[in-house]
Every structure is written in C-alpha cells, then in structure tokens.
Design a protein. Sequence first.
Length: 435
Amino acid sequence: YSFCTLLSQGEGTMTRRVTSQKLILLTVVVVAVMMLFKMQKTGESGAAYALSDKIGNQKVNTDYIVSTVADLPGYLRAIDDRVLFDRLYRVDEKDARLTVPDTFQEKVKDMFKAYPGGSESLHFVEKQTLVTIRNKITYEHSLFNKIRRYRPGYREKLTEAEEDLLKKQIEDTKGAGCDFCNPDRTASDIFGKIYGKHCYVAANVAKYEKWHSLLISKHHSPLEVSQEAIIDYIATARKWFESVRSADGTAVAPHLMWDSTGRASASQIHQHMQMSINTFYYQKAEESRQKAAKYAATYGGNMWSDIAVVHDSLGLVLKKGSTILMVHLTPVKEREIIVFGRSNQESFAVMLHVAIASLLDAGTRAFSASVVFEQLNDAAPHIPAVARIIDRGAPNDVRNDVGAMEFYGSNNVGQDPFELMKKVRSTYERLQNSN
C-alpha cells in the first residue's frame, strides 16, 4: 500500500503512465517478494517436514562396496555424482607414521594383543590410516582410527561373569528398596501424575528446569526395553508436555533425556528418563535447529532429509513410513544411531526401539539417549523430532568414556558406523520376524 501511495503521489512521467491495474499488480509482486525474503531469512519455508523421494530408491554403486569407514575415501573417488555429499561433508584420509623402539616393542605388543591377526608384527601401529569426517553444515567432526578399538581398557562387550554380576545388581535393587518401583514414594507435578500402560510420570525433586519431571518405567531392569513400552513412553511424554503447555503457555520446547545405568550417569538402576520443557530449546538442540534453518534459506532444502539421502546412498539408512533411522557418519561417541520423523507417528517409536535393541544386541549395557520433540506452537513445521543414542561403555569400567577431546575438541570414535549398520539390519530383521 505504501509503495502504491508513493507512486501515485509522484509528479513525474512514471505516475502518469501507470494505471490503477498495474499499480495493484505491482503491489502484489512486491508483497510476494517481501514475504519470500522473510521466509528465507528465518529459514521457515512453511512446508511441513517431508522426506526426499530419493531415500530408499537410490541405485547402489556395485563397483565399490563400502563395508568399513576406511573404504569411504576410495568410494568417493570412484563415484561421479557427489554434489550433495560434498555440500554436506568433507572426508580426509591421513597416514600417520611412527617408530616403536626395541625397548618398547614388547609393551606395545601386549597393549594391542586383541588386534585382529595378532600383534606380533607392529606394522599396523607404525603405519596408521585415519579417516576424518566433517559435516560442513553442523560442524560435527568425527575422527576414526581402527586400532583405537583395541587399545588397553577399551571393551565392546562384557564377559559372561560381568553379565551375571550386572543382572544380580539389577535384581538386588528391585522391589521394596527401590523408590521408582513404588510410585507412592515419588513426587507429583501440580496437575498430578500421568500414567501410561508401561510407565508413569513423577516430578523431579531436584529440578534443573521449571518444568522437569521423570518418566519412570514400570519395568525395573534398564535392559528390558520392548517396542510396546517405547511406543507408550513416547505417547506418555507427549501427554505430559501438553499438560505442562496447558498450565504454562510459554512452555513450547520439549526434551527427553535417557541415561541407562550408573555408567551413563543414571542415579538409580531402575529404568527412567528425564523430561523437561522450556520456552526455548537447549544449546545443542537449538544449534542444530538454527543450522537447519540456515540450510533451508541457503539451499532451499530440508537439512535432515538431505543428510538422510547421503546416508542412504552409503547403505546407512532404514526407513519406516516417514521415519528415518540412520547410523551416523559423524557420531558424537560410540555407536551413535539417529532416528527422526514425526513423534506422533508410531513408526517413530518403533524405529527408536530398533535403535536401542540394536545396541543391546551388539553388547551395549550403558547408553545415553535424547529425544528433541517438535516445537509445540508449530513455529517450525519443517524440523522433525530427532532422537539420538550412543553407547557409554562397560558399566563397571573405572575409566570415563569422555575427556577433554570430547568436551573441547572433536569426536574421537572407535566404532565403525558401517560395521554397526550390519548389526542394526540384523536386529531389524529379527524384530520384524518376531512381530
């Protein structure tokens, strides 16, 4: 309107030539351009989250099979169409050399005695090949070196005796001595407890947020995780978020955090999760959302969908409905699996269960997981709910699984995502057959 007024008030020749119809048309065009510019600036296309049609329909390059992360650089050199991959990722292959003196050789051989093929020859130590993968959009950066899986203190599975001890610890803490086994010994939110078939919600007595509660399973053991239970957990969490939203209209950013066993910093063995909802997302979730918005504004695509396309082209994706499970190319720590989609769809909970079951099948006995749910005020419909889960190591290890590098550097990872994907597919098939 202001633009039309400016033109109509002018005294030059332009004003005399422009008809009222042209003014209306010009105004419509200007408004449309301004709206488009605003959407691009915010990164919100207005379109709901949707997956690329390419996922699940891509041709596999049979000339070069990627079975380990060490194969990835060669695969990338062998393919022609890598525009999307190069937009999202950078892969570097690096050779590291060192010399082990005679005075140190026996110690090093003992250190790496679990290395496949044995450690009698130390050529694999003196000539190491590292592969690093960096996401150019999110800046996630993971460093892979196969031999780090076999360094002292690194274990992928418990021994049989350790498994028996863990089961005994779980059984000994069950029942009368466990607060979470007894809902009447837990606190309530101001609107009361919420009950699901497999869980209930209790208020956290030591809150880190105004709205911070516990989703407590009715199953004591942290290792008993069924598909039916996960579906119920997600549904019950959503009910709690909506109850908070009814009490506090500013609460729009929901999170769920799940640490399993004390190794992953859980205060009690009993299976439970932390839920919170805030006026804005926490740091890591917000950084991801902002980068997704910037990606949409820059490239006109959905960041999560495009990341899935790249992972799918490498055989790292399972798809169910509009939900994606992918073994992550740039994991934050060991065995990271990501699930994203719409949290109100059953397929989201089903694939989250596949992710957890896959880690348990692979020997994981302590894990940390996060679910960042969709924003409740529908301000960003193009950003899906995102779940992430990692292995935290053996429950009875005295050494921590993270250090200064993980806190202040990049992600130092021992597990190979391509090898993990084989285990995920095996678990998925087992679950499909059992259902």
